[in-house]
Design a protein around this ligand. Structure first.
Ligand code: ATR
Length: 283
């Protein structure tokens, strides 16, 4: 007997250029699973209505990207422990008449850094720049992966404090003002979780943050990741990693939640990386 058709979508704003539909289609082809996954543009004001319409039309699961991850957390009827710690949801699963919210971003990032890039995160003095939905998604999993200290800086200090409070580990998590970033010393892991490059320039960062062992990670991919990673490379960072691998890994986690089987991410990552390089080097 064939399975009832499942309908999935990614909600965001903007979302037209999202790679998620292509990634999920590739996973489906690999595993012989029929995938119906579309991109739906919604703003924080229209998201609730758009999600209700999607559920009414038989939507069985959704990804949520910027700027809707905190709104999705608020809309989810129940959620996973990691989504609760993040205060942000990137994956919704329809359960009867309700939505279950999860967050696969942090697991996706850690899997990419440790598995694909071979980094040992344990004991790393870590700086997280940003305190929005993306930062919230990855922070709990960085702590779980064993970083020694997590310093958090953000343009809006109230969000830094809110994130630090939500993480609930005052001995390891240190909220700091962006304007004292020059006094924080050197980090072995720096994660740029701001969307600054999409709206112009990245925040000014002192070179004193970077040492010979530093891994610099931007959660963005393509052109949006270039300014921060170029800055890190220019100051001698050992590893510079964009968010493409995390994107594929978080998608695989979401796919597994919906379909009960985890795809092989390597061929999908390789295909996207080739496309990404072409995107970045195009005029
Ligand atoms: P996302 O889901 O990508 O995290 P978001 O929740 O809108 O989207 O968060 C965007 C993050 O990028 C925030 O940390 C934001 O800082 P504020 O909390 O002060 O808004 C940060 N950000 C965006 N543009 C920035 C800029 N030009 N300089 C510094 N930080 C910026």
């Amino acid at each position: 007997m064939s399975q009832p058709a499942q309908h999935h979508a990614v909600f965001g704003h903007p979302v037209a250029h999202s790679l998620s539909p292509a990634i999920h289609a590739a996973f489906g082809r690999q595993l012989g699973i029929a995938v119906d996954y579309v991109a739906i543009d919604a703003t924080p004001d229209t998201f609730e209505t758009a999600l209700a319409r999607f559920a009414g039309a038989g939507g069985s699961g959704a990804n949520v990207t910027l700027p809707l991850k905190e709104a999705a957390f608020a809309l989810a009827n129940t959620c996973s422990e990691r989504a609760r710690r993040a205060g942000a949801v990137n994956t919704l699963v329809r359960q009867g008449e309700t939505w279950f919210g999860d967050n696969t971003d942090g697991a996706g990032l850690v899997r990419d850094l440790t598995g694909r890039h071979g980094l040992d995160l344990r004991g790393r003095r870590t700086l997280l720049i940003g305190a929005g939905g993306a930062a919230r998604g990855v922070a709990p999993l960085l702590l779980d992966a064993g970083v020694s200290d997590l310093f958090v800086v953000n343009r809006t200090p109230e969000r830094t404090d809110a994130l630090a409070d939500a993480l609930g580990e005052p001995d390891r998590v240190h909220p700091r003002y962006l304007d004292v970033i020059g006094e924080l010393g050197e980090f072995e892991l720096i994660v740029n979780a701001t969307s600054a490059a999409r709206s112009g320039a990245i925040p000014a960062l002192p070179r004193s943050l970077v040492g010979m062992r530093t891994a610099a990670v931007d959660l963005s991919y393509g052109e949006a990741s270039v300014p921060f990673l170029a800055w890190a490379r220019a100051h001698g960072a050992r590893d510079t990693i964009d968010g493409l691998g995390m994107l594929v890994e978080q998608a695989a986690e979401s796919f597994a939640l919906w379909h009960g089987v985890r795809p092989d991410t390597d061929p999908v990552f390789a295909a996207l990386q080739a496309r990404n390089v072409a995107l970045v080097t195009a005029d």
